[in-house]
Write a protein that binds this ligand. Structure first.
Ligand code: AMP
Length: 612
């Protein structure tokens, strides 16, 4: 992730001492807040509650101006998005009274988590940008401890903004990174060797994803020898950039040869910003053509950007599926996961960034929000079964405070934020891996319930069940029915795509167009983040249905039993990841069908378009 420390690099004479000063301050801050983690958390909660003492939500639950942890835990319920939706909808529809937060809601951040098929809307306030910026400012001082000299070159980061919409009440709704890149914290950042990127702001702030990607790659290639680190937010985004390069390198190298920019790049501000950097460089163009023209792209990152020390991308959680391909393109350069954040709140950072991806642990920074932790349990098969007590009071009492979590235990993260979320279940499962002073460090285990994910899309089992049921209706007019199904996120090609394995019972022929219709129906019924990935970001490929021979799912069960599953408890997995199972399924495919076109997608919630 990029970072935006608050500093003042006016010149480069006293550059080294300024950097070490800035780094010292960052470490001092981390030490202070982790040593005094509990006191900081108590203060953060008191600050949030005293500022918002008069908001409707806290009054409704009878907090009566109390700001202490004990009363807060006794009185306030632990909630999920659906509990807050009526209040969020009121704000989205223009009610500006203090419903959740005493400060005005400045915009909504649209999460990649969905509710009713649409992105969740997270309220935010102006000052949260400062908190996010602070977390970014800690990243490079930490990195500097492990890799020296990063201030002597540039970072090639592929960063993008996404479409934004307006709620019926007129508030902007957009992803958190779009909000950040468009803010003065990013756009007007003072010169700093740590935020010295190859991509000019104009290329990042270009809404057209083709032009943005093309121009960022062009600058990154042109400045190849200055690049010391490369990255994107998530691994999927970085690999998409490399695949884009595979397709477009002849055009890109031609631009470098001639010092011009392809006419398909029409955005005048992008053209101007790129042309300020680009000069004809035939030697570099020859080099790029020679490297990209080779049959194998193994190690292409280290070949084209020879001074790169690491790849800065998130590969924890569902992104771990991209580690092998990153290793292939980079000849095993270290992959660095620097931070853990969300639309609700930015959480923390990795203090040991050069560790292996499987060992990444994020230290939550106690000033970001008030954190609580709901212990999760697993059944004998290892499935998360959630908290034990059902009674609301007992449920609330199970939550542990930041400094009280136990090493090795898994928890669901619950946050209370400055922007008006109180005891809100984020849906992430974390495992305590260690402590920095008194602050715990967490492995990211998974997002609860997510079965399929290619990019930032997150499809859960219930949603999958509903969309498959819906699509399988197409079979009934052919006297056919769906017997069993499972799914697989296929990332062997980029963009990756969802694969559904279907076992169908039928007496006669079913025309291919019927299965294609099924594919499209599924895509049309999947959530907005999936459809945006298909339509706008092009980060997800067409959905595929693979029809398998009859008896395949029995074979799948036999396989699970042979691996030790219990026959009484066996249920068909609705998503498969384990390579031998995927191989078994693939070996029994009789035909396969793809979605013939993109599903429909509009920025913002569907209903806003009709309301506006
Ligand atoms: P969003 O609400 O769309 O901003 O997505 C935030 C979610 O992305 C988090 O709640 C996590 O599930 C996931 N996420 C963010 N950072 C990381 C990370 N470093 N490792 C794994 N998952 C992450």
């Amino acid at each position: 992730m990029p970072e935006a420390p608050e500093n003042s690099f006016k010149g480069i004479d006293n550059h080294d001492s300024l950097i070490s000063d800035q780094n010292k301050k960052a470490f001092q801050f981390i030490e202070n807040v982790t040593i005094h983690a509990d006191a900081v958390q108590e203060r953060v909660l008191a600050e949030i509650l005293s500022r918002s003492a008069n908001v409707e939500y806290l009054k409704r639950h009878g907090l009566n101006g109390h700001v202490d942890r004990e009363t807060f835990k006794k009185v306030m319920p632990v909630v999920v998005y659906e509990d807050l939706k009526p209040d969020i909808d009121r704000i989205a529809n223009g009610d500006a009274s203090p419903i959740l937060c005493s400060q005005p809601i400045s915009e909504f951040l649209t999460s990649s988590g969905t509710s009713g098929g649409e992105r969740k809307l997270m309220p935010t306030i102006q000052e949260e940008l400062g908190r996010r910026s602070l977390l970014y400012s800690l990243l490079m001082p930490v990195m500097d401890q492990f890799v020296a000299g990063l201030d002597k070159g540039k970072g090639m980061y592929f960063l993008f903004i996404k479409a934004e919409a307006k709620t019926p009440g007129g508030l902007v709704a957009r992803p958190v990174l779009t909000s950040y890149y468009k803010s003065a914290y990013f756009k007007d950042r003072p010169y700093d060797p740590y935020t010295n990127y190859t991509s000019p702001n104009e290329t990042i702030l270009c809404q057209d994803s083709y032009q943005s990607m093309y121009s960022q790659l062009l600058c990154g290639l042109y400045l190849n020898n200055q690049v010391l680190r490369v990255g994107a937010v998530f691994a999927s985004g970085f690999i998409r950039a490399i695949r884009f390069l595979e397709k477009h390198w002849p055009l890109l190298s031609n631009d470098i040869r001639t010092g011009t920019i392809d006419p398909k790049i029409t955005d005048p501000s992008v053209r101007e910003a790129v042309l300020k950097i680009l000069k004809p460089n035939p030697k570099l163009a020859d080099f790029i053509e020679a490297e990209c023209g080779k049959e194998s792209w193994k190690g292409i990152i280290t070949r084209l950007w020879p001074n790169t020390k690491y790849i800065d991308v998130i590969v924890t959680g569902t992104m771990s599926q991209y580690i092998p391909i990153l290793d292939y393109y980079s000849n095993g350069l270290p992959t660095v996961c620097t931070m853990y954040a969300s639309s609700e709140c930015y959480f923390g950072l990795n203090l040991n960034p050069m560790c292996k991806p499987s060992e990444v642990a994020y230290t939550l920074i106690p000033t970001m929000a008030y954190f609580e932790f709901l212990p999760v349990n697993r059944n004998n098969d290892g499935f998360i079964t959630g908290p034990i007590s059902l009674n609301e009071k007992e449920f609330g009492e199970q939550l542990a405070d930041l400094v009280d979590v136990k090493l090795g235990q898994e928890y669901e993260l619950v946050v209370t934020t400055y922007a008006g979320l109180y005891r809100y279940r984020v849906g992430d499962i974390l495992k305590v891996a260690g402590f920095k002073n008194k602050a715990p460090q967490f492995n990211f285990v998974c997002r609860q319930n997510v079965v399929l994910s290619i990019d930032s899309d997150k499809t859960d089992e219930v949603e999958l069940q509903n969309v498959v049921k819906n699509a399988a209706n197409h079979l009934s007019s052919f006297d056919a029915s769906l017997i069993e199904y499972t799914s697989y996120a296929d990332t062997s090609n980029i963009p990756g795509h969802y694969v559904l394995y279907w076992e169908v019972s039928h007496s006669g022929e079913i025309p291919p167009s019927v299965f294609e219709d099924c594919c499209l129906t599924i895509e049309e019924s999947l959530n907005s983040v999936y459809r945006q990935g298909r339509v706008s970001d092009k980060s997800i490929g067409p959905l595929e249905i693979k029809i398998v021979e009859s008896g395949t799912f029995d074979k799948l069960m036999d396989f699970a039993l042979s691996e030790g599953a219990s026959i009484n408890q066996y249920k068909t997995p609705r998503c498969v990841k384990y390579a031998p199972i995927v191989e078994l399924l693939n070996s029994r495919v009789v035909s396969s069908y793809f979605s013939p076109k993109c599903p429909k997608w509009v920025p913002g919630h569907k209903q806003w378009c009709t309301e506006n």
